[in-house]
Design a protein around this ligand. Structure first.
Ligand code: BGC
Length: 402
């Protein structure tokens, strides 16, 4: 008799969706990316502009999260708003984000707060950015200024995708040059980050964790872009090449989470590596709006990979698909959750699944790729839930797969 494998999730498993400040708030005018987007002749297809106007509509967003039956929401705090000028902290902006935290709690939603998600205050970028002499202390100072609003917050992500961010920063050292850098289809195929950039980012994460340890009950970690680097063939040379490729671009950052309270895993697709570097996936492969291979197994493989390096509780802080076809989103997410459930059944300690993304938002240069469980009208900002929102909400409510 065929015995069906139970696919349920641990008690207290966090179910929810994720967003980032710059991608949803709108008019993040003090940030370095706003500057880049608005440079005359910028090669970006679109500027973030009003984004989803979540700076004003966050309560509506939280109602969608709670209404779906989710128990968690990951959102970002924007450094450029908290510290618009070096050393001057805006009490009004702190109050704004504290209202969001309270808004989560009053709706029974666990807030998962990200302190840095790819954007810096323009003044920080202009004064040398992450490799400037005071970068680590300056970031730690910002984290310190946020402490008063983190009371009672259990999950805090210091720096989002530090590995991908280090690759991007190494490619673009100065904000004004970003238009000149071609982004490969899969970010993990960027050149390896420069050592000094990776070292600064890792030091900033550790400094931030030290500051955050002052808040009782707060767990801090960072959220790593898991690229699922896989050897193109079984040949030893491909295996060795994959390890060598992965270390500076991913594993080094997972290793740096060894002492952390948790580690965020973010996975969308995979990249094949051969002895001579990345191998082009066959042209016939099914692809998403990002040009990435449709690979629902990504998240299961990513949590297993992370657990093979560090023994730290895992939260899936991002996983999703850019598609105009919501049926495909459900198909992808269904496959992803099966892979995740199988990893959990095999002993991987996963505490939650936060889908990327709650909203169709600004995908770093364009609004064309749609990752959202909820569509957003670009002019009226009216939110329209897609069937996938209720579908994932049902998984959350039952805490199992059908
Ligand atoms: C980032 C998000 C991004 C998503 C899809 C991750 O790299 O954290 O900001 O929108 O993947 O590209």
């Amino acid at each position: 008799m065929l015995v069906e494998r139970q696919q349920h999730f641990p008690d207290g498993f966090l179910w929810g969706a994720a967003t980032a400040a710059h991608q949803t708030e709108g008019n993040n005018v003090g940030s370095d990316l706003w500057w880049v987007e608005n440079q005359p002749g910028s090669r970006l297809a679109e500027r973030s502009g009003d984004a989803c106007d979540s700076y004003h509509r966050w309560a509506e967003d939280l109602d969608l999260v709670a209404g779906a039956g989710f128990t968690a929401y990951r959102f970002g705090i924007e450094w450029a708003r908290i510290e618009p000028t070096p050393g001057h902290v805006s009490a009004a902006q702190l109050a704004h984000y504290r209202s969001m935290i309270d808004g989560c709690r009053s709706r029974g939603i666990t807030p998962v707060v990200t302190l840095h998600h790819f954007t810096n205050p323009m003044w920080f970028a202009a004064s040398g950015g992450w490799t400037g002499p005071d970068a680590v202390a300056t970031f730690a100072g910002y984290v310190e200024s946020v402490l008063p609003i983190l009371d009672g917050v259990e999950w805090v992500c210091t720096i989002n995708e530090p590995n991908l961010y280090s690759m991007m920063l190494s490619a673009l050292r100065r904000p004004g040059e970003s238009g000149d850098v071609e982004r490969p289809a899969v970010a993990g195929l960027l050149p390896a980050p420069a050592d000094d950039v990776s070292e600064a980012i890792i030091a900033a994460h550790h400094a931030a964790r030290k500051v955050l340890s002052a808040v009782p009950g707060l767990r801090s970690g960072w959220t790593i872009a898991n690229q699922n680097f896989q050897p193109a063939t079984d040949a030893d040379a491909d295996l060795a090449a994959t390890r060598a490729w992965s270390w500076p671009r991913e594993d080094r950052f997972i290793e740096a989470a060894r002492q952390d309270d948790f580690v965020g895993v973010q996975a969308y697709t995979r990249a094949l590596i051969g002895a001579d570097g990345p191998v082009d996936a066959a042209a016939h492969l099914r692809r998403t709006q990002m040009g990435w291979e449709f690979y629902p197994d990504a998240v299961g493989a990513a949590v297993r990979h992370t657990a093979s390096i560090v023994d730290v509780p895992i939260v899936v802080t991002e996983n999703g698909i850019a598609t105009a076809d919501d049926t495909e989103r459900i198909e992808y997410t269904s496959g992803a959750l099966s892979g995740l459930a199988a990893a959990i059944a095999d002993g991987v300690d996963v505490r939650g699944y936060l889908h990327w993304s709650l909203l169709d938002n600004y995908e770093w240069g364009s609004y064309r790729p749609t990752f959202g469980l909820v569509a957003v009208d670009r002019t009226t900002f009216v939110r329209t839930p897609k069937p996938s929102l209720a579908w994932l909400g049902e998984r959350a409510s039952t805490n199992r797969l059908p």
